[in-house]
Design a binder for this molecule. Structure first.
Ligand code: GLC
Length: 533
């Protein structure tokens, strides 16, 4: 197999507001990302994905786009972006942008036209509907942020649909003119040299044609958030979405075919695996990588993880390339969910499973969910349902770079407070500590790069017992074993016959693991990569 860059490379997600500020306004910017490219290259990642940087009223911090072909002045200019691209490419780093095709900001000129009158040519670019006979919303669909997903427009006497905030109006992808306009947006960035897109809420893009009510969710508990009151049967994952993914893929592929460099598409899709894998495409190719978020919520025990991995591998269609994610800007951080010691084991898991890994900024420092006082809450999801603690601010706190004021993130007032442990948990400090999680990440990334078995090798499960998950990776003559102790007690591991004499290549725990004849003592919370002697 010829490995493609997006198969072997490791992706690193940057939440640009929180990465590095250079102009003192307290929010990160493109010049800040550029300043930190050497850090990223030295860390050993291959690709950066930058959450939205387009002009936006920031109702959902950039996921409400008002102009798809520009840069928000808070982040910089188009020229800054072009510079960043040149500088990233000069270091061998690929750059992915976040494409938000499901909805625009309500301030997007298209929506302003669409809502101006029922006769406007762009009326049908969005999803407008008459009220139900009682004058209420057309159906029972609920916004992912709570409340009805329909907003009444007094001036034109209809409702419009928004899967998220009312400031994020859903585009009508059944309209060919919308498709053409949005495909042009992709070409605009591809032509500038962008290496690919992460596609926001891909599974939301098409809704059932006649807008039937969604069925009630029998398992609904109020603590889940109001969106879970109904099952999103008719409002998401409609068959027609695959035609759109196919069109997008054809556009991306046309660049590679023209010798302009292969471009990649990654879909954000939260669905059970059997439906997720359809996004690889069936009759036509779909996205290269439908994000696989299963590790985020997985039960952290060997048997559950083994089953999850085996089921995922088995569900992949022929030729489909796997991928794994531990965290993102919407979900609780891995160090908070699993703790610091298991956070290190999780890092080893992520970087040794078969498939493209995606890291979330700050996870390489073991950043935890920050404490956000009620007065500092920014996230609309947190503000709307504050009693449920659904806010995402805790996972978006500024990157701590060093021990200087505001951790070197900004000379101004950070848009979100830094995590309290920043004086010790920061890049500069942890670079000096040989056993910090940051240095573990660096070593893992370098071991991964040096061993094709870990990037393109086959995967074989060897065992999942007593809190210990063991698997092998193999490419040509190279065979490695990964053993992960998911518990806080030591465990003596019997090694397979072909590996009775093994040397640890890397451990998540300081010091050398004691090996005996045919066995290895895994210490508490220890993950190791072993190489048969
Ligand atoms: C995606 C983004 C999330 C955003 C939502 C609406 O799920 O990851 O941050 O709020 O889409 O665009």
């Amino acid at each position: 197999m010829t490995a493609r860059w997006w198969q072997i490379g490791v992706i690193y997600q940057i939440y640009p507001r929180s990465f590095q500020d250079t102009n003192g306004d307290g929010t990160g910017d493109l010049k800040g990302i550029e300043r930190r490219l050497d850090y990223l290259a030295n860390l050993g990642i291959d690709t950066i994905w930058i959450s939205p940087i387009y002009p936006s009223p920031m109702a959902d911090f950039g996921y409400d786009v008002a102009d798809y072909c520009g840069i928000d002045s808070r982040f910089g200019t188009l020229a800054d972006f072009d510079d960043l691209l040149v500088q990233a490419h000069a270091r061998g780093l690929k750059v992915l942008l976040d494409f938000v095709p499901n909805h625009t900001s309500d301030r997007h000129p298209w929506f302003a036209e669409s809502r101006s009158s029922r006769a406007n040519l762009k009326r049908d670019w969005y999803i407008w509907h008459d009220p139900a006979p009682d004058g209420g919303p057309p159906n029972n669909w609920i916004s992912d942020f709570g409340g009805s997903a329909w907003e009444w427009d007094e001036a034109t006497g209809q409702y419009y649909y928004h899967a998220f905030l009312k400031e994020q109006a859903d585009l009508n992808w059944r309209n060919p003119a919308v498709r053409t306009a949005m495909y042009d947006v992709m070409r605009f960035w591809f032509d500038r040299g962008v290496d690919g897109f992460r596609i926001d809420v891909l599974w939301h893009m098409v809704k059932a044609a006649h807008f039937p009510d969604n069925p009630p969710n029998p398992d609904y508990q109020p603590a889940m958030g109001e969106m879970h009151r109904v099952l999103q049967l008719h409002s998401t994952d409609q068959p027609e979405v695959h035609g759109i993914a196919g069109d997008m893929r054809a556009i991306a592929d046309s660049y590679g075919a023209a010798g302009r460099g292969e471009r990649v598409l990654i879909g954000e899709i939260y669905l059970p695996v059997d439906r997720l894998v359809h996004y690889y495409g069936r009759e036509r190719a779909g996205v290269h990588l439908p994000f696989n978020f299963q590790l985020i919520d997985a039960s952290w025990d060997a048997r559950s993880l083994a089953k999850l991995i085996a089921d995922y591998e088995a569900a992949l269609p022929p030729g489909a390339w796997p991928n794994w994610v531990l965290g993102n800007h919407d979900r609780s951080r891995v160090a908070s969910k699993r703790g610091q010691a298991q956070g290190r084991v999780a890092a080893m898991l992520l970087l040794t499973l078969r498939g493209t890994p995606t890291l979330y900024y700050g996870d390489e420092l073991g950043l935890t969910d920050g404490a956000i006082a009620a007065a500092d809450v920014q996230d609309p999801r947190g503000l709307r349902q504050h009693e449920l603690a659904l806010g995402r601010d805790p996972v978006r706190t500024p990157m701590p770079w060093d021990g200087s004021e505001n951790a070197g993130f900004t000379t101004g007032r950070p848009w979100l407070p830094l995590n309290a442990d920043w004086p010790t948990r920061n890049v500069a400090g942890m670079t000096e500590q040989p056993h910090s999680i940051l240095m573990l990440y660096r070593r893992l990334l370098s071991v991964r790069r040096a061993h094709p078995a870990l990037t393109i090798g086959e995967f074989a499960l060897l065992g999942a017992e007593d809190d210990v998950l063991v698997y092998a990776r193999r490419h040509d003559a190279e065979r490695l074993i990964v053993a992960l102790n998911l518990a806080r007690r030591p465990h003596r591991l019997r090694l397979p016959d072909w590996a009775t004499t093994c040397q640890p290549l890397l451990s998540t725990v300081a010091g050398t693991a004691p090996t005996g004849a045919g066995s290895l003592l895994l210490r508490a919370d220890e993950g190791v990569i072993l190489k048969p002697a």
